[in-house]
Design a protein around this ligand. Structure first.
Ligand code: G3I
Length: 316
C-alpha cells in the first residue's frame, strides 16, 4: 500500500513530505520523493524562508523554491509554502531591527506580498505565520512582536491574501497539539482574527513528537480548532527516539505514527499530513537533539520502517 493513495482514499487531500534542495541530487531519494503514490504534497524545508528569499532588502531570490515547485508540478503534487514570517532564519537586516512601526509594516507587506505573489496559483497553502508563541502562551519576543505588537499577524495575512487569494493561509506552530496555554493562545488568536475579518484559513500542527509521548488529546484539539471555522493540517510530523533504536522502540513508533494519522483521519477538517522529510538520512533531529534520531518512516538506507505500516493502518 502507498501512503498518499491511502490518504486520498480516506478523503484527505494529501500525504506529503518536506524536502530540501541539497537532497535532490540523490537519485535513490528522488525516486521515492517523486512517486505521488507515496507523496501528494511537498514542503520546502528551507528554501522559501526569509533568509533564502530576501537576503538583502528588496533583493528576492526564488531559485531554490522554484526548483521544488517545478518538481511538485511535474510529479503532480500539491505545495505548502513555508514560510513568510518567522523569528528564525531571518537575514540580519531584518533581525537587527531598529525599525519604526511604519517601516516594519512595509517590510512585512513587501516580503509576504512578493513571496506569495511569486507563487500565485501554485500553492495549496502557506504558513504565513510560523511559531508566534512561547510555550507558556505568551507572544514570542522577536523583531515582529517587539516592534508591532500582535498586529504583525494581521499585516502578514492581509498581504498574503492580496497576493494570492486562492491559497489557504495558515498559522503554524508546535506544542499546540495538546491542551495547554499555547493551544489556548492559538485558539484565542484564531477567534479574534475571525471576529475581525482577517483572512485565516488554517492552523498547522507541526507534530514533532517523541516515541511513547504522542499527545492523547490530539484529535480533540483538532476538533476544537476546526470548530473555529479553520481547517487543520499535520505539517511537520516526525517522532524521534533516544538512540540506539530497538525493536520495541520501532514498534512503539509504528503505534505512534498510527495514532497521529488516525486522529487526522477522524477529523473532517484535517486536510492532510506532511512528514518533516521521509528518511532518517535527512532528518533535522540528530543535529538538534543530541543522542536522538530515527524519527522518520524510512531509515537512512531508504528502507521503510514499521512506522510506515503505522501510517497505512492509520488511514485505513
Ligand atoms: O545553508 C547553510 C549552509 O550554507 C551551511 O554550510 C550549513 C552548515 O551548517 O548550514 C546550512 O544552513 C542550515 C539549513 O538548515 C540548511 O541546511 C542551518 O545551519 C540549519 O540550522 C537549518 O536547519 C533547519 C531548521 O529548520 C532551522 O531552524 C532545518 O533544515 C529545517 O528542517 C528546520 O525546519 C523547522 C521548520 O522550518 C519550522 N518548524 C521546526 C522545523 C525543525 O526545526
Amino acid at each position: 500500500a502507498f501512503s498518499n493513495t491511502v490518504a486520498k482514499a480516506a478523503g484527505k487531500l494529501y500525504f506529503g513530505t518536506a524536502t530540501d534542495n541539497s537532497e535532490l541530487t540523490n537519485t535513490a531519494y528522488t525516486a521515492i520523493l517523486d512517486n505521488n503514490a507515496y507523496f501528494g504534497q511537498l514542503s520546502p524545508a528551507n528554501s522559501m524562508k526569509w533568509d533564502a528569499t530576501e537576503p538583502e532588502q528588496g533583493v528576492f531570490t526564488f531559485t531554490g523554491g522554484d526548483q521544488i515547485v517545478a518538481l511538485a508540478k511535474s510529479n503532480g503534487q500539491l505545495m505548502r509554502g513555508h514560510n513568510c514570517v518567522w523569528y528564525n532564519q531571518l537575514p540580519s537586516w531584518v533581525s537587527n531591527g531598529g525599525f519604526t512601526e511604519a517601516e516594519l509594516t512595509t517590510i512585512i507587506q513587501n516580503h509576504c506580498g512578493t513571496l506569495v505573489g511569486h507563487y500565485k496559483g501554485e500553492m495549496y497553502s502557506w504558513d504565513v505565520i510560523n511559531e508566534p508563541f512561547n510555550d507558556d502562551g505568551t507572544w514570542r519576543s522577536d523583531v515582529f512582536y517587539n516592534t508591532l505588537g500582535t498586529s504583525f499577524v494581521q499585516i502578514a495575512l492581509e498581504a498574503a491574501s492580496q497576493a494570492d487569494p486562492s491559497a489557504k493561509l495558515y498559522i503554524n506552530d508546535y506544542n499546540i497539539e495538546y491542551a495547554g496555554p499555547k493551544a489556548t493562545a492559538m485558539m484565542n488568536l484564531v477567534s479574534s482574527l475571525k471576529a475581525s475579518g482577517v483572512p485565516i484559513n488554517g492552523v498547522g500542527l507541526q507534530c514533532h513528537f517523541i516515541v511513547g509521548e504522542v499527545p492523547t488529546d490530539l484529535q480533540t484539539i483538532m476538533e476544537q480548532f476546526t470548530a473555529l471555522d479553520v481547517e487543520v493540517a499535520v505539517t511537520e510530523l516526525d517522532i524521534r527516539m533516544t538512540l540506539p533504536a530497538t525493536d520495541a522502540l520501532l514498534e512503539q513508533q509504528k503505534t505512534d505514527y498510527q495514532t497521529v494519522i488516525s486522529a487526522c483521519n477522524a477529523v473532517e477538517g484535517c486536510v492532510g499530513v506532511t512528514i518533516w522529510d521521509f528518511t532518517d538520512e535527512y532528518s533535522w533531529v540528530p543535529s538538534t537533539f543530541s543522542g536522538q534520531g530515527d524519527a522518520c518512516p524510512w531509515d537512512s538506507n531508504l528502507v521503510k520502517k514499521p512506522a510506515y505500516d503505522g501510517i497505512i493502518i492509520g488511514f485505513s
